[in-house]
Design a protein around this ligand. Structure first.
Ligand code: NI
Length: 134
């Protein structure tokens, strides 16, 4: 049995600061270095959403995906401070956590078994991906 996957690419720009109130200022600096600086910094995030292509797959299906991601991910995070988003009230805004937050937003809004993988490119050299709980 073969399975085709389709990946769509999306982009948003956002600020963040790697910081946790569970650690002292010194421990935060030791853990996150300059990413802990109080003024934050920004990234041009790339989000890669991979879905399983099925019998009903067509370009209209991808338009629906585009609309869904735009409404729930891009509109929510673009030109925002990720640390201020409720999803991160108890989470550090690492790429690891961001990719899982995006998965958790999209998963219940897509047909069952449709979502295969979410990837987040944070910097030239940092890429995170998540395929759901094992
Ligand atoms: Ni950063």
């Amino acid at each position: 049995m073969s399975q085709i996957y389709v990946t769509r690419r999306y982009r948003f720009c956002a600020a963040h600061r790697l910081h946790t109130d569970l650690l002292s200022p010194e421990e935060n600096w030791a853990a996150f270095g300059k990413c802990n600086n109080a003024n934050g910094h920004g990234h041009n995030y790339v989000v890669l959403v991979t879905i399983r292509a099925g019998a009903t797959e067509n370009s209209n299906h991808l338009s629906s995906l585009d609309q869904l991601v735009t409404d729930t991910i891009i509109e929510r995070f673009d030109h925002q401070d990720l640390n201020s988003d409720p999803a991160f009230s108890a989470l550090t805004t690492t790429g690891e956590n961001l990719v899982k937050v995006i998965w958790d937003i999209l998963k219940p809004l897509l047909p069952a078994e449709s979502l295969h993988k979410v990837g987040v490119i944070e910097t030239r050299d940092n890429y995170f991906e998540y395929t759901g709980a094992i």
